[in-house]
Design a protein around this ligand. Structure first.
Ligand SMILES: Nc1nc2c(c(=O)[nH]1)N[C@H]1C(S)=C(S)[C@@H](COP(=O)(O)OP(=O)(O)OC[C@H]3O[C@@H](n4cnc5c(=O)[nH]c(N)nc54)[C@H](O)[C@@H]3O)O[C@H]1N2
Ligand SMILES: Nc1nc2c(c(=O)[nH]1)N[C@H]1C(S)=C(S)[C@@H](COP(=O)(O)OP(=O)(O)OC[C@H]3O[C@@H](n4cnc5c(=O)[nH]c(N)nc54)[C@H](O)[C@@H]3O)O[C@H]1N2
Ligand code: SF4
Ligand SMILES: [Mo]
Length: 889
């Protein structure tokens, strides 16, 4: 394993968040932190970083880290933890067979970690119960690719997004979720006039930048794209010779498309969107050869996800717009190594290295691995896996790099199921999250970003190195190492004898090329011979990277050459659907879920950053004004959202951009960070029939108002305590401390909230008993140590003001103004950060606009807002537009 001290100077590594895969230059400060900059030489970002990437330095502190192996809450040695893990799996395997063991992996692991885990379970323990959170993320794309192409191939490259004339975003909020790539597309548009079409039920930062937004009813994408196929056929836009030479099944697909989508009007009615918009989209697509369709979770996370992918691929196959400059379908991957996991074969229904569970592949892989006990059939997919755990059929589980007790559908049922396991092992960076807290007996401390050493593959098939720039803290170790150690303890010394991640990578690369001969798309044989130095210095490399081939073309399928038996692509006749099915009187709404700009998943890392915590600090429900009025939910009030599986309470954001009947909630808050914001608890376990991917964006729910007599917040530099069980709360990182936003029925206990209050802390208090207002500021050695604001109204401006003041020395006037009036007397209450990169709050941008800045560029020049990653530009433009309305009115 790699224990060498990190080299001084900037280290080239890769961002651990989204699938864009930006290159990062990290310069360690030798105090455990680092300064972070974009890598100008990396072909994903050419130096840019988004707000999350820029804030990586704020996530490196060791508080909250799991730093030592533990069994039953006791600190133990690695030897003991590994012995116990190995013997536990051995015991369950011997007693109940390979169907009783499972491992649940993550697209945030390195390829090397993934490879080791897949090999151990599928080749040496005989179990294909190896699944991953990519099941919740990319599996419909994988299934759709395999069905149409015979392989899980992303045909295009990022460059195509810059050389296209039309970009169609389907179920993608790229402005927030793939920000640097979105910025590249916007820059290209400025140069060549690219048209943007966004297909998303709700208005988003991405749709705000679009020329055309189709706010379709959720789940109706396959109808929209079937209608497009019909329209292309009618307009003679089909590329007949490509269809004839390289595909099959076109006629059947078109017949089905005509049944589903006979006319523009029929599409408009089924999709719940204006016919003129549908027609405009079809016209644009038919007329624009250089068209890329980008899609993400609005497509994948659906009961018809694979068919949605199929309907999108159909229109690209029909027009031959695939694998050529500026054209093609493009699945945007979510996690930094979603692609690496697919390459390794880390899904339960693939074997390894883009090989399936056919007899020939099983034999091939068996020989390559020298494997004693091959899994011979696909294992259980994530949702089924956790259901089998709930039924007691799977008895031993290892969770690595994911938080299923928060992120799986029916998350409360998942937490309950986890407690039934005989053996529950978690490899984690953090000491506490919803999964660890669901009864993990063995806790293995994993290396985190900055310490990890290996490779990841981004959305365009580009393999980049994650390099360590910090020493491994405490007893933390790489995940591949822990897997290998367990493999050795189970008697497989040779097969798991790797000493470095480079050795694992070389083996992975060799397997990709093993008896491949052009039969499999995934071939990185050219990298199988890297020595340690080459591996350490590996530059971002796109595959295919075959041993023999000249490496010039990295796109696929411009001239056919699909990986089906007859090398033809298969058109898919998509299945009919019933839009809106599943809702009823008890659960009349469809809950849409997804992401916000500045948080990453369950917030174990981004939740540490004060800058990132400022933009949207609380779990919320975005709801259309008509729906809110019907249910009596007020803007800024609270809404209880209930499904048959669970309930949450969220701050209501009444927003005309929401689609009627389809409120939206972000997925980021958990039991760690909120009292009742676990949105995963609501989500139904409906899955796509081909991919097994959960339909996470359309759960039938009920919405009802909740009111709390009191609201407020607490801030403390250290040791913020808790509230009673009936209170609503959300944690938010604050500069120099911690914050808690809350709502409750009775005044909170000061002593319980501030357990670290010292006798000589100076307490300044304002109480207005009649109005139920109470404001406390606590000073230690003259600096603001903690504060508590409680009252009937939402104390927003004092929160945003005081959040930045922990540790500050306030003037008497400031203190008085705050405590008496509940707001800053110096007019400095500035609102949430709009620009997280440069820390520019809303108030400052409003002042810039009021003082005459007429466009986003002027605002940028005056305040720096929007001049780094640009993710906040849609919001700045919205503020400019609102200002214009005010001025004109
Ligand atoms: N800031 C941030 N960025 C991230 C992540 C993060 O946690 N935070 N996570 C990363 C990961 S792992 C992933 S998978 C990606 C996800 O990236 P995206 O898929 O872009 O993000 P989501 O917000 O999950 O969903 C995208 C949109 O799908 C829409 N949608 C819902 N139902 C439908 C439908 O039926 N049809 C259509 N056309 N649209 C629909 C939603 O309204 C939503 O706006 O983001 C990655 N990037
Ligand atoms: N309702 C709903 N549910 C969803 C989604 C949705 O849109 N709506 N999106 C789905 C999607 S696309 C995804 S990708 C998932 C994400 O869901 P999760 O994967 O459950 O979310 P994360 O917070 O990323 O969890 C990663 C965990 O691994 C730890 N970790 C990070 N790096 C490492 C490492 O290198 N080694 C180890 N051992 N641990 C590490 C982190 O501390 C964290 O606890 O959520 C899915 N669930
Ligand atoms: S776009 Fe942002 S989150 Fe994604 S890889 Fe780049 S810096 Fe990281
Ligand atoms: Mo994802």
């Amino acid at each position: 394993m790699n224990m060498r001290a990190p080299d001084p100077g900037p280290v080239r590594t890769t961002c651990p968040y989204c699938g864009v895969g930006c290159g990062v230059l990290a310069t360690p400060d030798h105090l455990g932190g680092a300064t972070i900059a974009g890598d100008r030489e990396h072909p994903s970002n050419f130096g840019r970083l988004c707000s999350k990437g820029s804030a990586l330095g704020e996530t490196l502190a060791l508080d909250g880290r799991l730093l030592h192996p533990e069994i039953d809450g006791r600190r133990v040695s690695w030897d003991d933890a590994l012995d116990e893990t190995a013997s536990g799996f051995r015991r369950v395997l011997d007693a109940h067979g390979p169907g009783a063991i499972a491992i649940y992996l993550s697209g945030q692991l390195l390829t090397e970690d993934y490879y080791a885990a897949n090999k151990l379970f599928k080749g040496f323990l005989g179990s294909a119960n190896v699944d991953t959170n990519s099941r919740l993320c990319m599996s419909s794309s994988v299934a759709g690719h395999k069905r149409a192409f015979g392989s899980d191939t992303v045909p295009g490259t990022y460059r195509d997004l810059e050389t296209a004339d039309l970009l169609v975003f389907v179920g993608s909020n790229a402005a927030w979720c793939h920000p640097v790539l979105h910025q590249r597309m916007l820059a290209a548009r400025a140069a060549r006039g690219t048209r943007f079409v966004v297909i998303d039920p709700r208005g988003t930062a991405t749709s705000e930048e679009a020329d055309l937004h189709l706010p379709i009813a959720s789940g109706t994408d396959a109808i929209l794209f079937s209608g497009l196929l019909v329209a292309l056929a009618e307009r003679g836009a089909v590329f007949a010779s490509y269809v004839a030479d390289h595909t099959e099944g076109f006629d059947a697909a078109l017949i089905r498309a005509r049944e589903l989508a006979p006319s523009v009007d029929a599409v408009a009615a089924a999709c719940g969107v204006e016919a003129a918009k549908v027609a405009a989209f079809y016209d644009l697509f038919a007329a624009t050869e250089r068209a890329v369709t980008l899609y993400s979770q609005g497509v994948n996370q659906s009961a018809q996800g694979t068919d949605k992918v199929g309907a999108i691929l159909n229109v690209h196959l029909a027009t031959g717009r695939i694998g050529r400059e500026g054209m093609g379908p493009f699945s945007l991957t979510g996690q930094p190594n979603a692609m690496g996991g697919r390459e390794v074969g880390g899904l339960a229904n693939t074997l390894a290295a883009h090989m399936e569970f056919d007899a020939e592949s099983i034999e091939k892989v068996r020989r390559f691995w020298g494997a004693p006990r091959m899994a011979r059939a696909p294992g259980l997919k994530a949702v089924e896996m956790f259901e089998a755990i709930g039924r007691g059929e799977i008895k031993a589980l290892w969770v690595m790099g994911t938080n299923p007790a928060a992120s799986l559908p029916r998350a409360d049922a998942v937490s309950t199921a986890l407690r039934k396991l005989d053996l529950f092992v978690v490899s984690e960076n953090v000491a506490s999250n919803d999964t660890v807290n669901a009864g993990a007996r063995i806790r293995l401390p994993a290396a985190a970003w900055g310490e990890k050493d290996g490779t990841v593959t981004n959305s365009e098939r580009r393999i980049s190195r994650q390099r360590p720039f910090l020493a491994l803290p405490g007893q933390a170790r790489p995940d591949w190492w822990a897997v290998a150690q367990v493999g050795r303890r189970l008697g497989f010394e040779d097969a798991f004898g790797w000493r470095t991640p480079g050795e694992v990578f070389r083996e992975h690369a060799a397997l990709s090329a093993f008896e491949n001969d052009g039969t499999r798309d995934f071939d990185i044989g050219a990298l199988a011979g890297l020595d340690t130095r080459d591996y350490d210095q590996l530059r971002p490399t796109q595959w295919p990277a075959r041993q023999s081939a000249v490496r010039d073309e990295t796109r696929f399928f411009a001239k056919g050459g699909y990986f089906t038996p007859n090398r033809r692509a298969r058109f898919v006749a998509v299945a009919p659907i019933t839009p809106g099915a599943g809702t009823d009187d008890a659960y009349p709404y469809r809950l849409n879920t997804g992401r916000v700009r500045d948080q990453w998943h369950t917030m174990t890392r981004t939740g540490k950053s004060p800058r990132l915590g400022s933009h949207l600090p609380e779990p919320f429900l975005e709801i259309h004004p008509d729906d809110a009025a019907r249910e009596g939910v007020a803007d800024g009030g609270f809404a209880r959202v209930t499904s048959p599986h669970g309930a949450v309470v969220l701050r209501a954001k009444v927003d005309p951009g929401a689609r009627r009947g389809a409120p939206f909630a972000p997925i980021h808050w958990t039991g760690e960070t909120s009292s009742s914001g676990r949105v995963g608890a609501l989500v139904h376990a409906v899955t796509d029939p081909f991919s097994g991917q959960p339909d996470a964006k359309a759960t039938p729910v009920a919405v009802a108002p909740v009111s709390f007599p009191l609201q407020g917040f607490a801030l403390a530099r250290s040791g913020l305590g808790g509230l009673d069980a009936a209170a609503w709360w959300a944690k938010a990182a604050a500069p120099g401390g911690h914050g808690l936003l809350f709502a409750l029925a009775a005044e909170p206990e000061v002593a319980a909230l501030f357990p670290h209050m010292a006798p000589d802390d100076e307490l300044v208090e304002y109480v207005d008993a009649a109005r139920r207002v109470r404001r406390i500021a606590m000073f230690r050695n003259g600096a603001l140590e903690a504060c508590l604001f409680v009252g009937p109204a939402r104390p927003e401006s004092s929160w945003t003001y005081l959040r930045d003041k922990l540790g500050a020395r306030l003037t008497d006037g400031q203190v008085r103004g705050l405590l008496l009036a509940g707001r800053a007397s110096d007019g400095a209450a500035t609102g949430p950060l709009v620009c997280a990169c440069h820390g520019v709050p809303k108030g400052e941008i409003e002042r810039a606009i009021a003082s005459g800045c007429g466009d986003a560029a002027a605002v940028g020049a005056a305040t720096r807002a929007g001049t780094n990653c640009g993710s906040c530009l849609p919001e700045i433009r919205r503020m400019l537009a609102a200002q214009r309305v005010v001025v004109e009115a």
